[in-house]
Design a protein around this ligand. Sequence first.
Ligand code: CMC
Length: 376
Amino acid sequence: MVDSSEVQRGLQDVVALQSRICFIDGVRGRLIYQGYDIRDLAARSTFEEVAYLLWYGRLPNAAQLAELTDRIGALRALPPPLAERVEAMPVDAHPMDILRTAVSALAFFEPEETKPGPSSIGGAQRLTAVLPTILGQFHRRRAGLPPIRERPELSQAAYLLYALLDREPSELEEKAIDVALVLHADHELNASTFAARVTASTLSDLYSAITSAVGTLKGPLHGGANERVVRLLDQIGSTDRVEEVVRGMLDRHERVMGFGHRVYKVEDPRATILRDWSRRIGEAKGDRHYFDLLRRLEEVVHREKGLYPNVDLYSGSIYALLGVPYDLFTPIFAASRVAGWTAHVLEEYEDLRLIRPTAKYVGALDLPYVPVDQRG
Ligand code: CMC
């Protein structure tokens, strides 16, 4: 019989598996991908380099990077029957629901890439390549923009912005999105990655694992927080109202999105980098109002609750200033995290062990069985 003190609600602090992919030092505020500090990667690498690093365990040389970049560019087109399905999806659906269903449907057309085992590296690259296309096709239809073209010559960051906005980003905008993609690409056993690994651990296929992950990322306690942060900023409106709104939320025991973390006990290092990018983009656009609101929000939330910002606090302000609609913020997170999800699924297939914890039973035992016609 398990003692109640042994139950770790939410699996907090439980070490569930070994991984070489990502290390979080929650006390010192460090994040490492395959040995490299996120600060170096954000400053000096592109998303494509980081995806290579996550999948293959080492940074690519110039030829390997060019080959991967070409491959991702070449894999962007959707199979026509999938494009038709995306076309038929409801325009008022949340883009995360579109993504979840489209990822699942992609498996019909690519049975080889999705099989558990080494061939699923092809599926990993395929999924990374097509997520922006799925989002772009869906969003352009509802926004009345021209149909998407696959633009193999564009970097993943530039393609994502082109797919969503039908315009090519400036150098600064492309770098801002690329940094955001680098920073979101992996985060150890976060809920969506864990969901993907649980699915893969049953020897289910790659696309099923990523479908599980997309559905898990959607929740407001996980990737859904970035969209809600900007909605809150709009509701607050001006810096002199931050105090009043936050106090009201805390009095009602509501959570302020973009703050707190299960693992970091200090500031999330991704928030530190994105804060600087939020300021830079704000200044470049001549609009610092999100940045000023966020700085004030940080002060008040830290003073009232001792909480630090997480990755979701500043990202939405950058996307909003680039003109991205709010409901596409979490899908941008997915378009990056897919690299990490797939790397974890590949690692799971290499060292497979069914993930199946136990529960402490707190229900009744030995109830006398009453036939249906005698139940009150
Ligand atoms: N606003 C207000 N109070 C909070 C918050 C917050 N954002 N985060 C934690 N708390 C409080 C919580 O109410 C609790 O207080 P008390 O002990 O008085 O009941 C205490 O802090 C501990 O909270 P917890 O829920 O036990 O901590 P956790 O480790 O389960 O929570 C979290 C982690 C991320 C779910 C939580 O901090 C949260 O809900 N944050 C807001 C949502 C958010 O920003 N999510 C993005 C997370 S980072 C990116 C990602 O993974 O997608």
